[in-house]
Structures are given as structure tokens and as C-alpha cells.
Design a protein around this ligand. Structure first.
Ligand code: GRF
Length: 206
């Protein structure tokens, strides 16, 4: 399975995928990493692992007048060049339009640090932490789902609940969530690589 990973930042989930592929826990290979941000540290991780990278610079393109559709068309070209069997949005912080999604129908999965339908959009970990501080929640979670045009929605491929402890700091919660993400993402991608034509929608408890 040819995996293409889209990132915008640190790339710790990319690192987890690279390690799992190298150790044979995923029957696949990351053949390309695409970023919308030049300063994404994940690009360094990819280069260190010998994985080709492509930058599709949203901010630069947007300043030059590009619309979201123009960006998504360029992104789709960059991704298609790697001939992907599966496209993993691992901390990719742009909302994709149908221009991109219809071209790779059923091949795009997204990682999101919240349980399905709970906290939508950016800043989900911070929002969960604030709600816990205000006494309104004691858990959050992470999920992997098929990407559709609606943000952080689509058939769920795996999810796991993450507790928020009474004496948590934001940093402690982030670390717990990222650890859960790394485990869940690898589990879902490994299952998908083992049975590419029959993606499972069974929720995964890790
Ligand atoms: C993850 O929490 C992901 O769910 C969110 O952005 C973060 C990316 O982390 N959308 P990393 O770049 O993989 O370290």
C-alpha cells in the first residue's frame, strides 16, 4: 500500500506511521509527505527518513490570489504524483473542498482529537481542557474517519476515549491525547492496509 501523508505541523503522527511501516506493523510504505506549510517540522522528519516531500504553500498561493479550489487542485496534483492507495490527513490543518475529495473518493482518512460529533474544528484539545476546568466534562477522545466535505465528520474507522484527570495540565492532556492518536492511527491504517477493499467501520477501543 502506497501511503501519502498530509501534514501542517510537528508530524509526530507521521513519525509513528513511519516507525510502524519500518517495523512491519503496517503492510505499507509512506511514499510521500505533502505539507501546506514550509515550516512544518514533519517535513524534516520525512527528509530524515528518506521520504520525498512536496510543499504546496497555501499562504503564498492565497496572497497571490489563489482560491481554496485552486489550492486544492494543486494539492490534488501533488498527491496524485505519488500514486496513493491511501491518503492520511495527520495534522493537516486545511479544510478540503470537493475539488480534492472527489478525486480521491474513499481514499482519504482524517485524524481528529475528539470523539465523533463532539468537538469539531481546530483547538479541540484546548476546548476540551477548558470545559473540564469548568467542570463540564471529564473525558474527550480521538478518532479516525473517512474524510468528507463536512469538517471532522464521515464514517468512523476507529475511536478511543481519553480521560481528563482532575489535576491535568493542558500539556499533560495533550501528551495523553497524542499517545492515543499514535496508537489509534497505526491500528486503523494497519487494518486498512490489510484489507484495502473492505474498510472496516467498527469502532476500535485501544
Ligand atoms: C494532532 O492532534 C491531530 O489530531 C491534529 O493536529 C495534531 C497534529 O499533531 N489535527 P502532529 O503534527 O502529528 O504531531
Amino acid at each position: 500500500m502506497r501511503l501519502v501523508v498530509l501534514i501542517s505541523g510537528s508530524g509526530s503522527n507521521l513519525a509513528a506511521l513511519l516507525a510502524a511501516c519500518a517495523e512491519g506493523r503496517i503492510s505499507g510504505q509512506v511514499v510521500g509527505v505533502v505539507s501546506d506549510r514550509r515550516d512544518a517540522y514533519g517535513l524534516v522528519r520525512a527528509a530524515e527518513a528518506g521520504v520525498p516531500t512536496t510543499l504546496v504553500p497555501w499562504r503564498l498561493m492565497h496572497k497571490a490570489g489563489a482560491s481554496r479550489e485552486v489550492f486544492d487542485a494543486a494539492l490534488a496534483e501533488a498527491v496524485a504524483a505519488y500514486a496513493p492507495d491511501l491518503i492520511v490527513l495527520a495534522g493537516f490543518m486545511r479544510i478540503l473542498t470537493p475539488t480534492f475529495l472527489t478525486r480521491f473518493d474513499g481514499l482519504v482518512i482524517n485524524l481528529h482529537p475528539s470523539l465523533p460529533g463532539d468537538i469539531i474544528g481546530a483547538g479541540a484539545i484546548e476546548r476540551a481542557f477548558e470545559e473540564a476546568q469548568a467542570g463540564r466534562r471529564d473525558h474527550t477522545g480521538v478518532m479516525v474517519h473517512e474524510a468528507i466535505a463536512e469538517v471532522d465528520a464521515g464514517p468512523v474507522l476507529g475511536q478511543v476515549t481519553v480521560p481528563i484527570l482532575p489535576d491535568d495540565t493542558l500539556e499533560a492532556l495533550k501528551a495523553r491525547i497524542h499517545a492515543a492518536e499514535h496508537t489509534l492511527l497505526i491500528d486503523v491504517v494497519a487494518r486498512r492496509c490489510a484489507a484495502p477493499s473492505r474498510p472496516s467501520t467498527d469502532p476500535t477501543q485501544v
